[in-house]
Design a protein around this ligand. Structure first.
Ligand SMILES: O=C(O)CCC(=O)C(=O)O
Ligand SMILES: [Fe+2]
Length: 207
């Protein structure tokens, strides 16, 4: 079966990509090109980017993709058995966070950033359902740089829905999407330039 692939035009913002077992909305032009160019450059140079470590088939593997974890000081986050301590917000990240908060009506206290140097780097199928995350706050994902293909795959019936994430775009993943769908950033041989992705999240206070 052919899976839907959304090819979108600016006038159609926002587009509802999924509305079953969760909802995903896509804004292709959340930021204008010159604003997106500015954010890309400043985030590339102002953050402490580090290789990530993930568990694959029971082994700890270091990724080529780089990550930066930013948030309020109490926002600690554990994945693959490693506790991440956040970097401080930069002026640009606070500006983006405030714009997102007024767009969505939700508040965020952390942001995970990924730097993919080229199309050889991607992110495998997963869902963002860690127990530290407030599952009622949608994950808001901003893309800067190279246009890359992103896909959702339903956990039970394996239906897929994919979209190219544009420079300056915003993808909002509403609950309970993480319970029912995996998502992935697909690798490709045709992209040679870098991309930065920002996922704004709400971490629950520790009990
Ligand atoms: O790079 C992307 O668009 C996806 C990133 C992602 O899924 C994540 O950080 O959890
Ligand atoms: Fe994710």
């Amino acid at each position: 079966m052919q899976s839907p692939l959304f090819e979108l035009s600016e006038s159609s913002d926002p587009i509802c990509l999924l509305e079953r077992d969760g909802r995903a909305e896509y804004f292709s032009h959340f930021y204008k090109t010159h604003e997106s160019d500015h954010f890309f450059e400043s985030l590339l140079h102002s953050l402490n980017w580090q290789a990530d470590q993930i568990t694959m088939f029971g082994k700890l593997v270091t990724t080529a993709r780089k990550v930066a974890w930013v948030g309020d000081p109490q926002c600690r986050y554990t994945y693959s058995g490693i506790e991440k301590i956040p970097q401080d917000w930069t002026a640009e990240l606070l500006q983006i966070k405030h714009q997102l908060e007024s767009e969505t009506g939700y508040s965020y206290n952390s942001c995970l950033l990924n730097l993919y140097h080229n199309g050889d780097e991607g992110m495998g199928w997963h869902s963002d359902n860690e127990k530290e995350l407030d599952s009622t706050t949608p994950i808001a994902s901003i893309s800067l740089g190279a246009r890359r293909k992103f896909a959702f795959r339903h956990k039970q019936d394996k239906t897929t829905v994919s979209v190219f994430l544009d420079h300056g775009s915003l993808l909002i993943m509403h609950a309970p999407i993480q319970d029912h769908w995996h998502h992935s950033l697909l690798k490709t041989k045709t992209v040679m330039s870098p991309r930065i992705n920002l996922t704004f999240r709400k971490i629950l206070p520790r009990i």
